[in-house]
Design a protein around this ligand. Sequence first.
Ligand code: NDP
Length: 479
Amino acid sequence: MNAQPAASLFINGQPVEGQGDALPVFYPYTGQEIASLREASGAQVAEACKVAAEAQVEWAAMAPVERGRVLSRAAAIIRERNEELSRLETLDTGKPIQETLVADWESGAAALEYFGGLAATVTGQMIPLGRDWAYTIREPLGVCVGIGAWNYPSQIACWKAAPALAMGNAMVFKPSEETPLGALKLAEILIEAGLPAGVFNVVQGRGAVGAALVTDPHVAKVSLTGSVPTGQKVYAAAAAGMRHVTMELGGKSPLIIFDDANLDDAVGAAILANFYSSGQICSNGTRVFVQSGIRDAFLEKLTARLAAIRIGDPLDPDTQHGPIVSPAQAARIRAAITAGEQEGARLVAGGVGEGAFIPPTVFADATDQMTLATDEIFGPVMTTLAFDTEEEVIRRANATGFGLAAGVFTQDLTRAHRMIARLEAGTCWINAYNLTPVEMPFGGVKLSGIGRENSAAAIEHYSQLKTVYVGMGGVDAPY
Ligand code: NDP
């Protein structure tokens, strides 16, 4: 298997070979090296930012409707090539082709389509002041840096590029070192769709390359998808230059199931909230609070459904559960599972698995203090916790530094909204979980982040207001 790109980086409309350290890319299913890339050197990082700053001027001067057209064309190209792109995404991430065909590039295309349409609708305000008046202009920020995680590499690249470019910014994107391939395809597709050279650039590298991007003098904004510790470092580094930030960070989200819930739906949602993409999803509802009356029935239905899951070759269209992205990540997840058992939680499904695979794993009889219930594992590990009352579960659900997402399953309409009003989470679902259509703002509160991706809300995070006072008469100076 070979997924070697034309070159490791994409700068100024061209594939460019990296001059930094080697960056081999492995297919998580077999461990085979599928591409051999190189990191960007410091000079190449600086060059990408400089080129982006130059290209941004011309791009921002284009009519927004023309910018939108480029993004819409890119969305159409992605949809035409979805099969080929999804296969590459599977090789890069190890996620089942069954998922990548419908969730990854497809949701990236949706973002490009959405923000392509939105570009021309963004207007300022006219503010009457009597004789005088004022108006506002929503301006691009300039060069935005995007830094991605490895779980949805192409989706993340599109979710960041689409609103940034729609508003007339340029972008330098650094994918995760684990999954560098999709962003290079996006860069090619955007050029094919008519994007001027230099407006979207890709540099590769490990954390140090990301850190160099954040402090480059041309950069006005950084949008990171990653873990809380990385987010804290990037936010602090961005602050020195008063740069804007969007932080899409980790979570330990509660999924709360009341005893009046439709149990089959609640079990289905708990499965999707924990095991899709082998559990490598930031918004996962990994603390599943189940009301005591239905706890046994819930676990019984859940384990029966998990027993039928098809685990294996990610390129087999029947496979539902693929490998973990890397041996290092698999080792971290295994350590969390072992710690959970040692802390006294009851393993009711799955376990540490073998090789690249960790099966859907469920713990019962856990307590809120166990690391299983406090730490983000970022793997297929569900922790179920019993509760009795609404008041109790709200308190326990909120007793975490994270605040990315939350879900409530109940047939009681007023209870659902009462709960949501008190849950400390940026993205919530009622009788659903992990659905993130582009029309809906997505993001976290507390340690889980700042800013929002998707929807019209994202426009505000990729632009700034200029206010203009217009004097219509003489100037009355006091002396
Ligand atoms: P990391 O935080 O390890 O890395 C995220 C990105 O930041 C990577 O590209 C990484 O590079 C880069 N990076 C690392 N150090 C620095 C630095 N000092 N300065 C700038 N960039 C740096 O996250 P993972 O890739 O391990 O992804 C998993 C995490 O991402 C989980 O916590 C998950 O919850 C979160 N996530 C959040 C989402 C959200 O929307 N809220 C969505 C998806 C994931 P490299 O990998 O090359 O080291």
